[in-house]
Design a protein around this ligand. Structure first.
Ligand code: FAD
Ligand code: 5PR
Length: 379
């Protein structure tokens, strides 16, 4: 019988936990190093699409995900509070939830698959032939190394990958607050407050609130402003400014104003290559993107999953070539998603509504667990 193969993973984020689970379910012995002392995720809410939901189906996390998430009736876009579109997204699977819920579901799946997750273990370097070193000085030899350690990846930087970073002019502060549906309905009775509502104002001032119900009790709101707008990008938020522009959201803006918050400038990062020897990068370590298409975590999970499948199919000798082949097949989808997300962020074109058609839904409709996906695409 072949010896059990060993994978060492840096980072217990969405990418690291999916790679770990998918590998363990295919017979690998897997350890995930997480630099944080506690296992948790930062941030507020998240939207997932068919591509990542299919990965969650395959790793067995869907039942738990469904228990506390929702599919809003429509994705509505407003300009100056005038409805531009209400897209029902027919034929597209999508789900909103808190990031905490997604994280807990993934952690549960990882543990059920027998993954060892080690908090308080910071990775300092990795080599192309499979040695991972942590801050306590311990070095481990593995058959596969996965750098899933986010936009500041130590695995990536220690391996000498070249990173290109582009910043966009806008950024966002995100909050998780109570739904307050009755209070919102009292202010605007005709509004469907279960919808995602993307409230845009461009003139005279660029300010936007993306309103995303995450479940019956919790609401994810993201407040966008240009980095150059000191008041708009201030945390905690300037309540008078935001309620003057979005008076119909006053009840939930008041809750947001009590939270410290953090302003994130949009950025896109690209690396020359995703693999070197038996080391591979996934998630923000390889491809941080603007959130416009809500696919950063989606692409992270999709690539983590397909990496696990590709690595399992290869023998030890073949692994470096198999990883390079994985990048060749999968990367174009992520590259295009990054480009489109950046384009949307730079042009603010989402303010026009009617956006979930054609090329912009390529990633949402991608099927990473379908073994025949590439033949179908080239047919
Ligand atoms: P991370 O989530 O950054 O996880 C990396 C992990 O590695 C962390 O736990 C970190 O502590 C750990 N780590 C770092 N360094 C080390 C080290 N040296 N050793 C050990 N551990 C280490 N995506 C969506 O799909 N939908 C959305 O709606 C969405 N909204 C977004 C909104 C905003 C404003 C932003 C900024 C992003 C959004 N994204 C969204 C993108 C998404 O959050 C990221 O793409 C995703 O979290 C990336 O996952 P990851 O696992 O690669 O990295
Ligand atoms: N969609 C989602 C999101 O969280 C953001 C954006 C779009 C779900 C920002 O956080 O365009 O910035 C966006």
């Amino acid at each position: 019988m072949a010896e059990t193969r060993r994978a060492e993973i840096s980072g217990a984020g969405f990418a690291g936990l999916v790679a770990a689970t998918a590998l363990a379910q295919r017979g690998w012995q897997v350890r995930v190093h997480e630099k944080g002392e506690t296992l948790r995720t930062e941030g507020a809410g998240i939207v997932l699409w068919g591509n990542s939901l299919q990965v969650l189906d395959d790793i067995g996390a869907t039942h738990d995900i469904m228990s506390n998430s929702m599919t809003p009736p429509a994705y509505e876009t407003r300009m100056d509070n005038v409805i531009q579109s209400q897209e029902t997204l027919d034929g597209i699977r999508w789900r909103t939830m808190t990031r905490g819920h997604l994280f807990n579901s993934l952690l549960l799946a990882a543990r059920e698959a027998g993954v060892e997750v080690k908090p308080g273990s910071r990775v300092v370097s990795a080599t192309a032939d499979g040695v991972l070193t942590t801050a306590d000085g311990a070095s481990t030899k593995a058959d596969l190394i996965v750098g899933a350690d986010g936009v500041g990846s130590a695995v990536r930087d220690s391996l000498g990958f070249e990173v290109r970073r582009e910043r966009s002019r806008d950024g966002i502060t995100r909050f998780l607050v109570p739904r307050r549906k009755a209070e919102l309905s009292a202010l605007e009775p005709d509004t469907e407050w279960d919808n995602v509502i993307d409230f845009w104002n461009l003139d005279p001032r660029v300010l936007r609130v993306l309103y995303t119900p995450a479940n019956d009790e919790e609401l994810y709101i993201a407040l966008m402003a240009p980095a150059a707008d000191a008041e708009g990008s201030r945390v905690p938020i300037d309540l008078d400014l935001w309620t003057s522009i979005f008076p119909q959201l006053a009840p939930v803006l008041q809750d947001a104003a009590r939270i410290q918050g953090r302003y994130y400038g949009y950025q896109t990062t690209r690396v020359d290559s995703w693999t070197r020897g038996v080391a591979a990068l996934v998630g923000d370590a390889a491809h941080a993107m603007c959130p416009a298409l809500a696919q950063g975590a989606g692409c992270a999970m999709q690539n983590a999953y397909t990496l696990a499948v590709a690595a399992t199919a290869a023998s030890d000798d073949e692994l470096p070539a198999a990883l390079a082949g994985w990048e060749r097949l999968e990367r174009p989808y992520t590259d295009r998603c990054q480009d489109r997300s950046q384009e949307y962020a730079d042009t603010r074109a989402m303010s026009q509504g009617n956006q979930f058609t054609g090329e912009s839904v390529e990633t949402a409709l991608y099927e990473p667990t379908d073994p025949h996906r590439h033949e179908k695409a080239s047919a």
